[in-house]
Design a protein around this ligand. Structure first.
Ligand code: AQP
Length: 337
């Protein structure tokens, strides 16, 4: 089974990214062929600093390896190093419905938040994401809950392509999402009705993977809760529910177990327990990150090696897609010496 996922380049990956996605990436290396991509082309759909983008790619590569991705066990690469992604985006845009792109939640939220230009690239973001996955004919895509809508779109694009050009065959694999049962949507600690996020949420409400113990403790202890005392999940207790979910994910235990263990502990003691568990959980990642991040040439070598592996797979898919669409020279002519 082939498993693919992409992650934006930033040095500020948060606990939501970690629990919702990165932990799943690491586990998937033992279940199938894992292909993981640092999506620098997605990062340029909103205002960004060219001088910093490469640095952020190295940050993300170091973080993923620190979390447990093993370059010998999986393929880890930078999106822009494999040009097939952009070519496939254009080809797939011909079977993507414009109205659907305009209605995507992420596009609406991000375009409303944009003070400068709302780029066409921001609208086409989900088509690039579809190309990322479909280029590898991946069967499974581990993601957090916020990506469900994009996954549905990419499934639709694959089906539409197959129906239009497949001649009865599944040229592109229709992928399944893999969203974790616990921790699929970690919420902001200061506003537990919105998701923990790199761009939209508050600094104080966001635990970053590279935060030190004091920052983690401060953020978790000041997490917004309600006026009650009971540690249980309920619609009127989103703050406590979020902390229960975090502790359950960190301990790899069912949320019910956390509820029964801390039901009468009181919010103060519960928050302290969550803080302690998160500090312990993230400490080894931070330490390993510091070791890895210093060696940029090694990180570059890993990304280049990954790009070569990825390219070999994506080029094969592109050759099939071009052939089916009648684009460019026929396949047999192109293979002549
Ligand atoms: N709060 C979250 N809880 C669980 N999973 C989450 N993910 C994001 N936020 C949460 C998952 O992390 C993976 C990588 O995300 P990304 O780097 O591509 O960025 P994103 O999905 O756009 O979310 P961010 O990091 O918070 O950035 P912004 O601020 O741009 O929205 C994805 O699988 C995602 O589901």
């Amino acid at each position: 089974m082939r498993i693919f996922s992409g992650i934006q380049p930033t040095g500020r990956k948060h606990l939501g990214n970690y629990i919702g996605a990165i932990v799943q990436y690491v586990a998937s290396q033992y279940r199938g062929e894992g292909i993981f991509c640092i999506v620098d082309l997605h990062a340029i759909t909103v205002p960004y600093s060219p001088a910093e983008l490469r640095e952020r790619c190295y940050d993300t590569a170091a973080l993923l390896i620190a979390a447990g991705l093993e370059p010998a066990r999986c393929t880890l690469f930078r999106q822009s190093d494999v040009p097939e992604h952009t070519e496939l985006t254009w080809l797939l845009s011909t079977v993507t419905e414009l109205g659907r792109l305009q209605r995507m939640h992420q596009f609406r939220d991000k375009s409303l938040a944009q003070r400068e230009l709302v780029s066409a690239a921001l609208l086409c973001y989900p088509v690039l994401q579809a190309a990322d996955v479909l280029a590898y004919r991946a069967h499974e895509v581990p993601v957090g809950e916020d990506q469900r809508e994009h996954l549905e779109l990419m499934r639709d694009v694959a089906r539409r392509f197959n129906a239009r050009f497949g001649d009865g065959e599944e040229v592109l694999v229709v992928p399944e999402h893999r969203i974790p049962d616990v921790g699929a949507r970690i919420m902001d600690l200061q506003d537990p009705t919105t998701k923990m996020s790199t761009t939209a949420a508050s600094e104080q409400g966001t635990v970053f993977v590279l935060d030190g113990p004091q920052a983690i403790e401060r953020k978790l202890k000041s997490a917004v809760t309600d006026s009650g005392t009971e540690v249980r999940r309920a619609p009127e207790k989103p703050g406590i529910g979020n902390l229960i979910e975090i502790l359950a994910a960190v301990r790899d235990a069912p949320p019910e177990q956390i509820e029964s263990e801390y039901a009468d502990a009181g919010y103060g003691a519960f928050k302290a327990a969550v803080a302690g568990a998160v500090i312990e959980y993230l400490a080894p990642v931070r330490e390993r990150y510091d070791e890895l991040r210093g060696d940029e040439s090694q990180l570059e070598q890993i990304l280049q090696g990954g790009a070569a592996q990825a390219s070999a797979i994506a080029a094969e898919t592109l050759a099939d897609v071009r052939e089916r669409m009648g684009v460019g020279a026929p396949r047999r002519a192109r293979t002549l010496p």
